[in-house]
Design a protein. Sequence first.
Lengths: 135, 489
Amino acid sequence: MRWPKCAVTDEMEGIWNSGTAEYFLTIVLLLVGLYGIVARQHFLRKLMAMNILQVAVIVFFITLSAKSGATVPVVIQDGHEINVASYVNPLPHALMLTAIVVSVSTTGVALALLIRIRRRYGTLSETILLAKLRE
Amino acid sequence: MSAHLPALVVMAPLLAAVVVPLLGRRSPGAAHAVTLAALGFALAASSFLLSVVVANGVWRYAFAGWAPPWGIEYVLDPLSAGMMVLVSFLALATSIYAWSYLFASDPQRIGIFDSLYLLLVTGLLGIVATGDLFNLYVFLEISAIAAYALLSTGGERATVATFRYLLIGTVAASCYLLGVGFLYALTGTLNMADLTARLADVDDSTAKAAGIGLIVIGLAIKAALFPFHGWQPDVYTYAPPPVTGFVAAVMTKVSAYAIFRVLYFTLGGEPAAGSALVFLGWAGVIAILAGAWLALSQTDIRRMLAYSSVSQMGYIFFGFSLGSPIALVGALFHVLNHAVVKGCLFLVVGGVRWRTGASNVAEFVGMGRRLPLSMLAFAVAAVSLVGLPPTAGFFSKWYLLLGAFEAEAWIGVGAVVVSTGLSAVYFFRIFERAFVVTDDGLSSVRSNELPVGMLGPALVLAALVLLLGLFQQPLITHVLQRALPTAVS
């Protein structure tokens, strides 16, 4: 992957060129997600943070499959010798398709729960909710 | 037909889950009959599979003709087949109980309830049967999502508790999946047996250790191991009794099984797996004490039982970490014992609350007169949880203690002894109120027993506690010892 030249330090440039930059995206998303789940007190924001956390894992898997200069894993011409290095690994994509389905279903159930909480207590703020539950 | 039995055991509840909500609109009875038939088939088939693998050894079933490691395979050995019998047996018993409970309150919802319940069972059976790490993740989430929906039906408080469980459960599953990703990046395989072979050639690195660590932490949260048990008490307290009875009995045990499978079979020789077991062992010892201590200070019996579960999971992980054959037999026997015992206790406590509205310890005064047979089942199960002979609980603790003596793990021995004392205190204060305390108002109280559909499963589970204790010797030599990894036995 070729990155545009800009005012980065030599160390940063080393990270870009080594092909590990994408992993930092996973780390950042993972931490943003965890922070949101723990620190945010509105349930809907917690749920969004949970989704960010799941996206972090998806990005991680997709990164694993990426190859420089490779194409989609469909053999176009028959008869040629198939070179593994020229195709992207399709398996992580297939796995993440399943993970996305899981993520969508979890979010669906979570939203249904939130609707019920909101109808009963009129709020989704954890602080107010806990105060109401203690009564 | 019988060649595809491993797949059919998991498929039967899944297919029934599709049919049941359609039937449930017209006829709740037919819907529940299909549910019971599917679970009965799962129990019969998994019992048959257990007898086959005990006699002939491991049965590997490759899906759709794709040979592993490319395809997904189910691996049935005495350990996984035994867990399948346990899961489907408790599923059947709790489903019978659920009929009486639901039919009285809301027969229209039986179809939906049974459908979710069957999906939960499908997920748990799949986790146990699969030999593929990613497939395990999928089943983990199938069971979890079905469980969220079921647990939230206990009312508004249950909904709030379930939402928080959903967040924690998803973090746990994401940790697990990330860990699987690390191992996949190192080896290029997801099949457990293939991973074992390939990982041996990979040098030890932080990536390997991080992958194993993430898998273990993810599953430990699902198993509610101390200090990851925070979601459990609220969820168990507010969920409807038939759901709590099954979830508390089986779900955390299945996660414990997954940890055992991964650490002892898939990653048997890895140094990082050894470190993970040491961590789990210490967490287990703290859980044994902390769970029992917290249980002692609860006034709501359901919450007390939830904290007692934290303590009992501690025993299981303590046994896993010791690693000697006798300790592992003890831990596996404790999985079995605690599943049956906790199922029975939650079913009785749920029934008592359903009949009388009582859920606090103080309200149990004279309960031995009002619900004599239910409280008898409660007493037998509680005695097994404390660990008195001749119940199953005595033997599982006995083997765990033998293993701990052998390993000279004196802190663990101390924790087991102290926690046994504490559990005796928190159960005997209930016995005292239910059976011993008498006052003038009670002489007129007449027996008002639960309906047969609810009482029956509780009594069967209580009888099973005694039978497991009486027949522990053949059970251990024929099943549990063969369920151990070959490197250990």
